[in-house]
Design a protein. Structure first.
Lengths: 120, 120
């Protein structure tokens, strides 16, 4: 599977998924799959969250809590899961509030290795 | 149950829990329960994470993703769950990497109402 196919697989197999993407910490998307009927500005959402993720990474390193692996943010409208791939990149899955958050995080973790291999 | 008793209940009923606390966004702890044998500097960890949480709150509001409800951060050494209580306060549960993350997040959510009531 290509990166795009893997992202597509995740989006199609998680109930409530709106988008899946690979991003760099500077907010630049490497690849992405979006569900067209989304009411959210997913692009700005992911860019804003990339900035936040960089802050979390900094805090985690500062308090010597090891290396960041996964971050999830649940709001009254969305569920977002981030899975760290390497020093530069991470995968993001954006879901609706009632999306299958557990399965989404599971599939991101499961597919992290595939995504990394396909990025090499 | 007092706030402290509720925090104690959470820590004692989640495998791998290291500390539970109620904090303000400025990093000031309102109340806390720590497991004494922890190897981490939980105080600085929670203060750093409070700063990050404030950043996430800002980002969530900026992208109109509703109101922040829960944030979780998994690293190679720790699992930390944050549950928003109101505009000013949130509950934090810090666990070891192999702690019961699902149960920890569940108990935080379950006890959020009790904690809010006891803070009033």
């Amino acid at each position: 599977m290509s990166i795009r196919e893997t992202l597509k697989y995740v989006v199609e197999n998680v109930e409530g998924a709106l988008a899946a993407m690979i991003m760099a910490y500077d907010g630049i998307p490497i690849d992405e799959i979006m569900v067209s009927q989304s009411e959210y500005d997913l692009q700005s959402l992911s860019v804003e969250y990339a900035t936040v993720l960089k802050e979390i990474k900094r805090a985690v390193e500062l308090v010597k809590a090891g290396a960041m692996e996964e971050v999830s943010i649940a709001t009254t409208r969305t569920r977002v899961a981030f899975r760290v791939l390497n020093e530069d990149l991470f995968a993001v899955l954006i879901m609706t509030r009632d999306g299958n958050f557990g399965k989404g995080r599971y599939l991101l973790r499961l597919k992290a290795y595939d995504m990394l291999r396909d990025l090499a």
